[in-house]
Ligand binder design. Structure first.
Ligand code: SF4
Length: 610
């Protein structure tokens, strides 16, 4: 039982809040000791498309004395109505107030959802500041890719899970079990879990700054470690083949099987490519069995084979051919996100059992060969033209190309190259008999991310980014080309938050107090509110986003040890400045990223196959 009809009738998409979906799990509240609310700080449709949530949901609910329920950020219409009616935020399964759970676990995958975390806590009547919570409140934990720079959210979160939670979570739950049985205090619990590998309790650290404002250090108390090691599972957990089936259309309305984790391409701007290493692949037979189970358990007619770079899965053509054979008489669509730019990818898409010729998407990110080398994307113009030619020859007319503006060392010529490249692709499409190509160009702005070789790079300012956008908006104004872009100001905020330290907690708090929420949604994003929040907090956003940092400067996320060594990141940054590429260590020699120390088998395997 969730919100009453009198509430739901006043909001858009009430099915976001009703729960009761097929495969959802509602355990006996009274008979289950440990209660966890898995919280996603964005709307239901986005949260239900997240690949990690079903893994944690199933893993936790498998334990007899644990129940896990879901909660998503309520859209502002519901938030306003429940505030007015004095109803707290409720979970989907049992409709219990969030404050009655033992643990609330947030998944942080995007910096512009941070204010939603505060809003959800507030709606749940839980103090948003960790320091104001006492033994009567749930323990607030957070994980996900953004937890690898946890500092901007340090004021609000009791403990962070750093890295992959599959093996760590049972240990954490064990600590909770003992804690509950012994009736110990919250302080004792946090002290105890701080000794678990991969657990970061920010309240046990003291941040210090230089007189000129630079970050100096983070000093742990006796209970806490100076370094927090990112947790890495050796083997991918079994795929979830009976996920909760939403009643309403969600972003990815299909089954999903994670076929591999990690990526070794080494794109220098890419946070995911660094923080999910090493590469681990699910065996083909396990994928095929999972597809069968997913189709028979859930009735899906579309299954996505998920990976950071699907075409790099060893034997992807064989895997797709096997699935195509099994489903030759059934109507199953297989989607392959994140395809590499090459002719083989087009052939691969052609071989899918059922395909919708809606369009092909590729991400060259940069158009000029020089900039391609800088970012280590390693795709040539010939490859792009060959790929486009293969697509047009086979009857595809819609091509979507992603580019990033403001990449390190970018010049006016690099920006102009995007126009020239799109021109060439369009001209090529026109040569295909009877076809009119439609090219969709999607622009985003470069955001320097922690733990990447570009973590030291200052981002372009608003004026520079706007000028570059303007050049492309004018240069690509033509029939057959559609341009879309992300608001550069949202990227400016993202950069400040992603390279931030603890002091940014004040800004997030103030922005939320002034009404910021759903900042990742263009219709909700209010840059002026954020600028006011920065100003009132006495913090300059450019100090975090645009400032070029020295490679010797202590970094606020330096205590998070991802396994990728700072020396490797520095080396890669230097190579970028020299316009030199680094080969993919999956195919060529190990580039000693640092993981060879923690996972020697990774280095040895690559050395053997190289
Ligand atoms: S240890 Fe070597 S092989 Fe493994 S991911 Fe790092 S660079 Fe690649």
């Amino acid at each position: 039982m969730t919100y009453p009809d009198s509430i739901l009738s006043r909001v858009t998409r009430p099915a976001r809040y009703t729960g009761g979906e097929w495969n959802s799990i509602t355990k006996d509240w009274q008979k289950t000791d440990i209660k966890v609310a898995l919280s996603y700080p964005d709307v239901y449709e986005i949260g239900m498309s997240n690949i990690a949530l079903p893994i944690l949901y199933e893993m936790l609910n498998r334990q007899p004395d644990v129940l896990a329920e879901r909660v998503f950020a309520p859209w502002p219409d519901l938030a306003a109505v429940i505030k007015e009616a004095d109803i707290p935020l409720l979970s989907l399964e049992s409709g219990r107030p969030l404050g009655e759970f033992d643990i609330i676990g947030f998944s942080l995958g995007y910096e512009l959802t941070y204010t939603n975390v505060l809003e959800m806590l507030h709606l749940a009547r839980i103090p948003v500041l960790a320091g104001e919570r006492d033994d009567s409140h749930p323990v607030i934990i957070a994980g996900g890719s953004c937890a690898l720079n946890p500092e901007p959210m340090a004021d609000f979160i009791d403990l962070f899970v750093i890295g992959e939670a599959e093996e760590l979570l049972p240990q954490l739950i064990d600590c909770f079990r003992h804690w509950k049985r012994q009736g110990a205090t919250r302080k004792e619990l946090l002290g105890r879990v701080a000794s678990l590998p991969g657990i970061y309790v920010p309240g046990l650290y003291q941040a210090e700054y230089e007189p000129d404002g630079l970050f100096r250090s983070l000093t742990p108390t006796a209970e806490a470690s100076a370094k927090i090691e990112r947790q890495i599972v050796a083997k991918l957990p079994p795929p979830v083949t009976s996920p909760v089936i939403p009643y309403i259309e969600v972003i990815h309305d299909r089954g999903a099987i994670e076929i591999s984790r990690g990526c070794t391409r080494g794109c220098r701007f890419c946070n995911a490519g660094m923080i999910y290493r090493p590469l681990r692949q699910r065996p083909q037979q396990e994928v095929i069995t999972a597809v069968d189970d997913l189709v028979s358990n859930c009735g899906y007619d579309e299954v996505s084979l998920v990976s950071l770079s699907t075409s790099d899965y060893c034997g992807i053509d064989l895997l797709v051919a096997s699935i195509a054979r099994r489903y030759s008489k059934k109507n199953l669509t297989v989607s392959l996100p994140s395809l590499r730019l090459n002719r083989d990818s087009v052939k691969l898409v052609e071989s899918l059992p059922t395909r919708r010729k809606t369009g092909l998407t590729f991400a060259p990110e940069a158009a000029s060969q020089r900039l391609q080398r800088v970012i280590n994307k390693n795709t040539t113009e010939e490859e792009l033209m060959e790929t486009a030619a293969a697509a047009f020859e086979r009857g595809w007319t819609n091509l979507k190309l992603y580019f990033m503006l403001g990449l390190p060392t970018e010049t006016g010529d690099d920006v102009a190259s995007i126009i020239q490249l799109v021109d060439k692709v369009q001209a090529l499409g026109r040569t295909a008999p009877g076809k009119r190509p439609h090219i969709r160009v999607s622009l985003s702005s470069f955001v320097p991310k922690a733990h990447t070789p570009f973590q030291w790079v200052g981002q372009d300012d608003e004026l520079e980014l706007n000028n570059k956008h303007q050049i492309l908006r004018q240069g690509l104004r033509r029939k057959g080309v559609r341009l879309s872009w992300q608001d550069p100001r949202a990227s400016l905020l993202e950069a400040a938050l992603s390279r931030g330290d603890r002091r940014l907690g004040r800004v997030i708090h103030r922005a939320w107090q002034m009404g910021a929420s759903f900042d990742g949604w263009s219709e909700r994003f209010n840059y002026e509110t954020w600028l006011r929040a920065f100003e009132e907090s006495g913090i300059e956003p450019g100090f975090y986003a645009q400032r070029q940092r020295s490679t010797e400067e202590p970094l606020p996320w330096g205590h998070i040890d991802t396994g990728i060594s700072p020396d490797y990141l520095k080396r890669e940054y230097q190579l970028a400045l020299e316009g030199k590429e680094t080969a993919d260590c999956h195919y060529q020699e190990c580039s000693a990223c640092g993981l060879q120390k923690r996972r020697p088998e990774c280095h040895q395997k690559q050395a053997a196959s190289g």
